[in-house]
Design a protein around this ligand. Structure first.
Ligand code: COA
Ligand code: MG
Length: 293
């Protein structure tokens, strides 16, 4: 099971951060050629990111966020599609046709660089009302799709909602939930918004908890300090693992004796609950094997 809990954004024009990124333990590094990059820095950014992709594989997966504009986005892709690249993050996706064009263009670029056809994956950012309404179709756009990302800042901008410090836990719950459901409908990972606050980790920890309950499998992060917090939030706790093991044990025993449902600690347990327990164990094992010795 490939863990994709933390997606660390790294501005594509900052050599120090690019150099540091592979040492930080993020599941995924996203070299950014979009929002984080002033346009005068574009050529430098493309070159630095292409160089970073030349490092030997292993450790974090490497993605690049390209520009939303189809022409400039394609130029970005041309500069970075090469062995070492796991996938592209496409911002502001609102139409399936855009993804189909990128899919075809990637096919040509892969052929030109000797990469396996279809090997460059796509994470689509849903960050507008139109994008949200098209999310189920976007998730199904092509076999390259790996996940959907909920981009909150641009989404609230599109809706005319201003950020406030007294945001409640239910803010944007419909949109976030819709993205998580659309991703799950195709077996993709749902990645939740970034939390810009990085000096204190409480807001991030609380937001991770809500995201996980909505069905997200990971979160965008912008600072090294946020990575461990996200990993902890998206890995099952010891207590959950223990409980899941008990559920599986008791159910399998009852099953052998011909029962389809049982009770564990006064709660009914049937097939989907056992499946969830098995999934939780797989997640816990993947998280464990990921930890440095
Ligand atoms: N990737 C890799 N390294 C990073 C990093 C990142 N996203 N953010 C910070 N670091 C490094 C810094 O280089 C610094 O390392 P050093 O002291 O060894 O040089 C260390 O982590 C601590 O950084 P700190 O001083 O606390 O933060 P900062 O003031 O340098 O940077 C931000 C703060 C927010 C500007 C920076 O984290 C950032 O640019 N994040 C990404 C933003 C982004 O990509 N936004 C668009 C997508 S949402
Ligand atoms: Mg954005």
């Amino acid at each position: 099971m490939q863990l994709m809990r933390s997606w660390l954004f790294v501005p594509g024009n900052r050599p120090r951060m690019i150099q540091k990124a592979p040492t930080l333990g993020a599941d995924v590094i996203v070299y950014d050629l979009e929002d984080a990059l002033p346009s005068a820095e574009k050529a430098t950014g493309r070159r630095l990111v292409a160089e970073a992709l030349e490092a030997p594989p292993g450790g974090s997966l490497r993605y690049v966020r390209v520009e939303a504009d189809p022409g400039r986005g394609l130029e970005d892709a041309r500069a970075v599609v090469r062995p070492g690249l796991e996938g592209l993050v496409l911002p502001k996706v609102s139409e399936v046709s855009h993804l189909q064009q990128i899919d075809a263009a990637l096919g040509t670029l892969e052929a030109g660089t000797g990469m396996e056809p279809g090997s460059v994956r796509i994470l689509a950012m849903i960050e507008s009302a139109r994008g949200l309404l098209a999310a189920p179709a976007i998730a199904a756009a092509c076999p390259r799709m790996v996940g959907l990302f909920f981009g909150a800042e641009d989404f609230t901008l599109d809706l005319g909602v201003f950020a406030s410090d007294d945001e409640g836990p239910d803010e944007m719950v419909y949109a976030r939930s819709a993205v998580a459901v659309a991703a799950a409908s195709r077996g993709l990972v749902a990645v939740d918004r970034i939390v810009p606050e990085f000096r204190t980790l409480e807001p991030l920890a609380a937001d991770c908890k809500r995201a996980r309950r909505l069905g997200f499998g990971g979160k965008g992060v912008i600072h090294p300090r946020q990575i461990a917090c996200v990993h902890q939030a998206f890995a099952p706790s010891e207590k959950q693992v223990e409980k899941a093991r008990q559920v599986i044990r008791d159910f399998e025993e009852a099953h052998r004796e011909g029962a389809g449902t049982i009770q564990v600690d006064g709660k009914m347990v049937d097939r989907p609950i056992v499946e969830k327990a098995r999934r939780l164990i797989r997640m816990a094992e993947a998280a464990k094997s990921d930890q440095p010795d």
